[in-house]
Design a protein around this ligand. Structure first.
Ligand code: NAP
Length: 304
């Protein structure tokens, strides 16, 4: 028999949707994906999630979300969705060799920060290497930092980090920014920000904590070292929507196009970073997950 509601993804949006759906007796089935808990599980302290005045570790916060979803009977499949077919109702969701049918679906597969893939990056993630200034900037008071990238995110991250850091170097691989002029101008005018053009980071240095980066000039090939206490990657995010291509409307960057939480397919809803190009916060994702569950519940009610 078809599931009433199948939730794909287990970050703040998916698990909040599960809590609401389970309490509404929709008996949700969640396929949690290969990174259970999502992006928060790769951060350390979370100090801006309301309700935790002393902060909470990202993985622990997601463990709490999960317990709450399970408490009300959410069933969780620990695997990845490999294919979907939204062309017929009930919808089909393939998980490896298993196939599920669902009357409604909530997509909350999130987005993944892009990383450089250079030596030292993986090992020092959470120890000076970050892809989220809002999450981790606070830990770098009076420190020197590098931001990698030349888009609006890099400008925004660098400007945000000026609240804490003593100096910020933006490292960009070309000699002009992709960012909007207004953001680039703000960066250029800021006394704490320096720009290193035509440069790529080839290695992140440090023992237990980041101490610097190795830089290569893309025009001359010359290498140098820059001493910094932290490196923020702002080279874009990729929404995790590969399996939905051709099934549902996506924008040019691959994000799911939503009206509220409704997607282009009636009965398929989306929430969190997979459909959010603006805020990308745990608490906004949770809010969208809640809304998606309420919308799915109303949609199912109306069909009955
Ligand atoms: P983006 O515009 O795609 O910029 C990514 C930047 O990272 C580019 O400058 C790119 O260099 C660089 N980059 C990519 N891969 C790299 C690599 N392997 N090594 C070194 N550099 C690399 O991404 P975004 O800044 O995250 O912005 C995404 C979208 O959100 C944009 O439409 C943006 O306007 C929007 N946004 C808006 C705001 C705002 O208005 N306040 C804030 C944030 C984001 P190249 O330039 O050489 O390609």
């Amino acid at each position: 028999m078809a599931e009433k509601l199948l939730i794909i993804g287990s970050g703040p949006a998916g698990l909040t949707a599960a809590i609401y759906a389970a309490r509404a007796n929709l008996d949700p089935l969640m396929v949690e994906g290969m990174e259970p808990g999502g992006q928060l599980t790769i951060t350390t302290d979370v100090e801006n999630y309301p309700g935790f005045p002393d902060g909470i570790m990202g993985p622990e916060l997601m463990e709490q979300f999960r317990k709450q979803a399970e408490r009300f009977g959410t069933r969780i499949v620990s695997s990845n969705v490999t294919a979907v077919d939204f062309s017929e109702h009930p919808f089909k969701v393939e998980v490896g060799s298993d196939s599920y049918e669902a009357q409604s679906v909530i997509i909350s597969t999130g987005a993944s920060a892009r990383w450089l893939g250079v030596k030292g990056e993986d090992r020092l993630r959470g120890f000076g290497v970050s892809a989220c200034a809002t999450c981790d900037g606070f830990f770098f008071r009076e420190k020197e930092l590098a931001v990698v990238g030349g888009g609006d995110s890099a400008m925004e991250e660098a400007l945000f980090l000026t609240k804490f850091a003593s100096k910020i170097t933006i490292i960009h691989r070309r000699d002009e920014f992709r960012a909007s002029k207004i953001m680039a101008d703000r960066v250029a005018a800021h006394e704490k920000i320096e720009i290193l053009w035509d440069s790529t980071v080839t290695e992140i240095l440090g023992g237990d904590l980041v101490t610097g980066v190795t830089i290569e000039n893309t025009k001359t090939g010359a290498t140098s070292e820059l001493a910094v206490d932290g490196v923020f990657m702002a080279i874009g995010h990729t929404p995790n929507t590969d399996i939905f291509m051709g099934q549902i409307e996506l924008d040019d960057a691959g994000y799911i196009v939503v009206d509220g939480t409704r997607t282009s397919v009636d009965g398929v809803f989306a929430g969190g970073d997979v459909a959010d190009t603006v805020y990308r916060q745990a608490v906004t994702a949770a809010g969208m997950g809640c809304a998606a569950a309420l919308d799915a519940e109303r949609w199912l009610d109306a069909r009955e």
